[in-house]
Design a protein around this ligand. Structure first.
Ligand SMILES: C[S@@+](CC[C@H](N)C(=O)[O-])C[C@H]1O[C@@H](n2cnc3c(N)ncnc32)[C@H](O)[C@@H]1O
Length: 257
């Protein structure tokens, strides 16, 4: 068995505490209700509204996607606002428990235009091309080699004229040497994960939330190879992990010579 398997760990997060695993604020522990639930889903609505307005401002003023793909959709926080704006939405996640919770959330809102699909490294269950391909706070949790292959696949799934928005971290957010050393030990030394879990009073087999940093240069090149000709970049900072939001459009814009 692999020492650290991010897919297995995400299924453990999805089973134990799915909302908190998506947004790690104390108020999102457990089954959400009342104002915590409202706040959680409101954050998704605000995110998608902002992303759409940036696309319209910077890449395509007429942007009104019919089909959208949300990669690493979790409990559907971003799928729901996408379903309210697009004809069809596909949410992909590697965790069946996350997908089951997303399905409950979509059904509670009677959303009939959402397909939820279990992901693998070649996204083999995702069919067709999409006007909008989106992924947010997901890639950081996937080892880079696998993540780059998935980015290639996601870029290929953008329809001609369509837009992708990929949030890509370029630092892990672990600044101190001690925090980096502990993380490295948990990831690489057999037994270290168990010892650190016990020291922190966590369950012995508690999963690790991986934080991986990507090369933005390599990711932009993958997007270019897949036919994206325009890019708009914004910075992101998720709990200290610095990254970029890459808005990429598949258009006929010339490559400068
Ligand atoms: C921090 S949550 C973010 C969820 C959602 N994007 C949001 O912002 O509400 C990360 C999600 O990525 C999913 N994930 C992790 N690795 C994945 C993979 N290899 N393929 C698809 N989904 C993955 C996890 O199961 C989890 O639901």
């Amino acid at each position: 068995m692999q020492l650290n398997d991010s897919d297995r760990d995400w299924e453990a997060f999805g089973k134990r505490d799915p909302y908190f695993a998506v947004l790690t604020a104390p108020e999102f522990h457990g089954a959400l209700s009342g104002s915590a639930r409202e706040k959680f889903f409101e954050s998704g609505e605000e995110h998608i509204e902002t992303i759409f307005s940036i696309v319209r401002e910077r890449l395509d003023p007429t942007f009104a996607p019919q089909s959208a793909l949300d990669f690493g959709c979790g409990v559907g926080r971003l799928v729901i606002p996408l379903a309210n704006r697009c004809r069809e939405v596909t949410g992909v996640d590697v965790s069946p428990s996350m997908l089951a919770e997303a399905r409950r959330n979509c059904d509670a809102l009677e959303l009939r235009n959402v397909s939820l699909v279990e992901g693998d490294d070649s996204l083999s269950r995702v069919k067709g091309a999409f006007d909008f391909v989106h992924t947010y706070i997901v890639l950081q949790h996937i080892p880079v080699e696998r993540g780059e292959r998935l980015i290639k696949k996601l870029a290929e799934l953008i329809a001609p004229g369509g837009v992708g928005m990929l949030q890509v971290p370029y630092t892990t957010g672990r600044r101190s040497l001690v925090s980096r050393a502990l993380y490295w030990s948990r990831m690489n030394l057999p037994g270290a994960k168990l010892l650190l879990n016990l020291a922190k009073r966590r369950a012995p087999g508690a999963p690790v939330m991986q934080m991986n940093a990507y090369s933005v240069t390599r990711v932009t090149d993958i997007l270019r190879d897949a036919g994206c000709r325009e890019i708009h970049v914004r910075f992101s900072d998720h709990d200290g992990a610095r990254g970029v939001l890459l808005f990429a459009r598949k258009s006929d814009a010339p490559i400068f010579l």
